[in-house]
Design a protein around this ligand. Structure first.
Ligand code: SF4
Length: 373
C-alpha cells in the first residue's frame, strides 16, 4: 500500500499531494484544504489516503451489527421538502404502530440474536411527550438486554418543546426509561441557507448540536450524520463536518460519522441521485477530515451494497447492520434490500478484503469472522 501511495503522491497535482501528505503525517487538515480535496479529481489518491488512515485506526476490521430499524410512524408535521417518508395524518400511506406491534418487532429481533433496536420516525403533532418515553420504557422492561438507540436530536428537541422541559431533563427521563444511545439523524446540512430550502421547520443546527452536547455530558453516546448531494455546496458540506469535528473535540461523545447520500424519488425537492464518485469521495474526505472520529460508516441502504463494499477500501470501516425493515430511504427510492442476513453482510465484507466483525452499539466486538466460511 505504501509504495502505491508514494507513486500516487509523486504523480498527483501538487496542491492535492501536499494536503494528502499532511493528512498522512497525522496532521489535521483545514476546512479550505478539505474543500480542495472535494474538488480534486484524483479519487484514487483520496481513497488510498483515507484507507491508510482507516487502517491505522481499525486495521483490517470492518464492522456490522445485528439490529433492527423501527419507524413507529411516518406521520410528520414538518413535511421537509427532501423527505419522501413523512406524510400528513390523512395521507393514505400514513401509519402508526401500536406498542404491541413495536414489541412484536423487538421480540423477533431479540429471538434472532439482535442486539440493538434503532428507533426513529416522523413527528406527529398529536403525540404527547409521554408516548416517546413510554416506547423506550416498555421495550427496556420486556427486553432488558436489547440496546435501545432511539430518537434523533430533532425528535428530542420536539419533546423538549411540547413538554416545556430542558434537553437535559428530557434526556435524563429517557435514560431512566432505558435509552442507551442516540442515532445521528436530523443533521442534514447545518448551513442556514440549506435548511431554509430543504427543512425550514425542523430543529436548527445549534439545537441539533446542543442536544448531542447535552447527551454526551450525560454519558449517552450518539452518532453524527450528514445528508449530502441535494442543494448544498462543497463549502457547506465541509462547514457541516467542521462543526461536528469541533463538538467531538469538546466532548468525544460521537461514536461514528455517517455520510448519507440523498435519494430524490418522491420528494418535493427532487433533483438527482449522487454519483458513485461523489459517494466514495465523501466517504474518503470524511475519513481524512474527521481525525477525531474512530469510525466512518458506509451505510449500505443509501450507498447501495456495491458502493458500500468499495467504500470499505475508501476509509469506511462499518456497514451498519442487518436492519431488517428500513422504510425512510426506501420511501425515497433506494433499491437496496429492506434488510440483510448476517451471512450476506459477512460475505460483502470478506469480498472487500476485510475481516468481518460483529459489534454491539458501542463498537465492542461480539464476534470476529476469521477464515473463509
Ligand atoms: S425528515 Fe424527518 S422531520 Fe422532516 S418530514 Fe421527514 S420524517 Fe419529518
Amino acid at each position: 500500500m505504501e509504495t502505491l501511495l508514494e507513486d500516487l503522491l509523486r504523480t498527483a497535482e501538487k496542491e492535492t499531494a501536499k494536503i494528502a501528505e499532511k493528512a498522512l503525517e497525522g496532521k489535521r487538515i483545514t476546512e479550505e484544504e478539505a474543500v480542495k480535496l472535494f474538488k480534486s479529481d484524483n479519487l484514487t489518491l483520496l481513497g488510498m489516503v483515507a484507507e491508510y488512515i482507516n487502517r491505522k485506526k481499525n486495521g483490517m476490521k470492518a464492522y456490522f451489527i445485528v439490529n433492527r430499524q423501527i419507524n413507529p410512524t411516518n406521520v410528520c408535521m414538518y413535511q421537509c421538502d427532501f423527505c419522501a417518508f413523512g406524510v400528513t395524518r390523512s395521507d393514505p400511506k400514513a401509519y402508526e404502530m401500536s406498542l404491541e406491534e413495536i414489541l412484536r418487532k423487538v421480540e423477533e429481533t431479540y429471538r434472532a440474536g439482535g442486539r440493538e433496536v434503532h428507533i426513529v420516525g416522523g413527528i406527529p403533532s398529536h403525540w404527547d411527550y409521554s408516548r416517546y418515553v413510554e416506547i423506550v420504557r416498555v421495550i427496556k422492561l420486556r427486553f432488558p438486554d436489547i440496546v435501545v438507540k432511539a430518537w434523533t436530536a430533532v425528535e428530542i428537541h420536539h419533546m423538549a418543546k411540547i413538554s416545556g422541559k430542558s434537553y437535559e431533563d428530557v434526556l435524563l427521563e429517557l435514560k431512566e426509561a432505558g435509552l442507551d444511545a442516540i442515532p445521528g439523524g436530523g443533521a442534514e446540512i447545518f448551513s442556514e441557507r440549506v435548511r431554509r430550502i430543504i427543512a425550514p421547520y425542523k430543529a436548527k443546527a445549534e439545537e441539533y448540536l446542543e442536544v448531542h452536547r447535552t447527551a454526551h455530558r450525560l454519558g449517552i453516546p450518539t452518532n453524527a450524520t450528514m445528508l449530502y448531494g441535494h442543494v448544498e455546496t462543497l463549502e457547506e458540506r465541509v462547514d457541516h463536518m467542521a462543526r461536528i469535528r469541533e463538538l467531538q473535540d469538546e466532548t468525544g461523545g460521537f461514536q461514528v460519522f455517517i455520510p448519507l447520500a440523498y435519494w430524490p424519488e418522491g420528494t418535493r425537492l427532487g433533483g438527482r441521485r449522487t454519483s458513485s464518485v461523489d459517494d466514495l469521495k465523501t466517504v474518503a474526505v470524511s475519513r481524512i477530515f474527521l481525525d477525531n472520529f474512530d469510525h466512518i460508516k458506509a451505510y449500505w441502504v443509501t450507498l447501495g451494497e456495491k458502493v458500500a463494499q468499495v467504500a470499505l477500501n475508501f476509509g469506511a470501516d462499518d456497514l451498519d447492520g442487518t436492519i431488517e425493515e428500513e422504510r425512510i430511504v426506501h420511501a425515497a427510492g433506494t433499491k437496496s434490500a429492506y434488510g440483510h442476513s448476517v451471512d450476506r453482510l459477512v460475505n460483502l465484507i470478506r469480498k472487500a478484503g476485510k475481516v468481518p466483525v460483529e459489534r454491539d452499539t458501542f463498537y465492542r466486538v461480539v464476534r470476529v469472522y476469521e477464515g473463509d466460511a
